[in-house]
Design a protein around this ligand. Structure first.
Ligand SMILES: [Zn+2]
Length: 197
């Protein structure tokens, strides 16, 4: 078993072999986890929320669903989900989100957390992939608009468990957004636990 505790607002990277299971634990509740993944043997192939939506023909996620890559190859299967409220539509929060929305120049962001975590792999900033946003409460309404601003409904200890279907480099960001209430009253930690097969 390997563990990584990611402080609220920060990111972390963990490598997994095919068959291993990754628990993504909402330690104190209400914390969004932006999740990114790359094939370990070819980082040009990465987890794609767009292709996952198309393969599932759905905007929501739950146990039994497979998350696919930009080449539509299965990368993970969700084997457990104690929350059932996630997002596959929003891009990661990024420096322009904080600059344009709030006039803040130096706020941490999920996209910058991803860039930092993968800095040694030489991916251009504009080519960083979009996340699957576990625990994010932004449902689509019947008229096609997106409801925004409600705190994550995840409770302390809630989790999503993924089984890796290929060897992957996974990056998680405990979202630093502390200006809209979407992460509850304050930022908090995400714990990653990898169980060997
Ligand atoms: Zn974020």
């Amino acid at each position: 078993m390997r563990e990584l505790l990611i402080e609220g607002g920060h990111g972390g990277r963990i490598e997994m072999r095919a068959g291993e299971r990754l628990e993504i634990v909402n330690v104190e509740g209400s914390q969004i986890c932006d999740f990114f993944a790359f094939r370990a043997d070819d980082i040009g192939e990465f987890l794609s929320p767009g292709h996952t939506r198309a393969e599932l023909m759905r905007l929501t996620l739950g146990a039994g669903d497979r998350l696919v890559s930009v080449r539509r190859a299965p990368m993970f299967e969700i084997v457990e989900d104690t929350v059932g409220s996630h997002d596959m539509i929003f891009p990661a929060c990024d420096p322009p989100r904080y600059r344009l929305g709030f006039g803040l120049e130096d706020h941490r962001s999920c996209r910058a957390n991803l860039a930092e975590a993968m800095a040694d792999r030489g991916i251009a900033y504009e080519h960083l992939p979009d996340p699957v946003n576990f625990f994010q409460n932004t449902p689509v309404r019947a008229d096609g608009s997106i409801a925004y601003g409600g705190a994550s409904v995840a409770k302390p200890g809630d989790k999503v468990v993924l089984r890796a279907l290929v060897d992957v480099i996974a990056v998680a960001s405990a979202c630093p957004m502390d200006l809209t209430g979407i992460n509850g009253d304050r930022l908090s930690a995400i714990r990653l636990v990898v169980h060997e097969s």
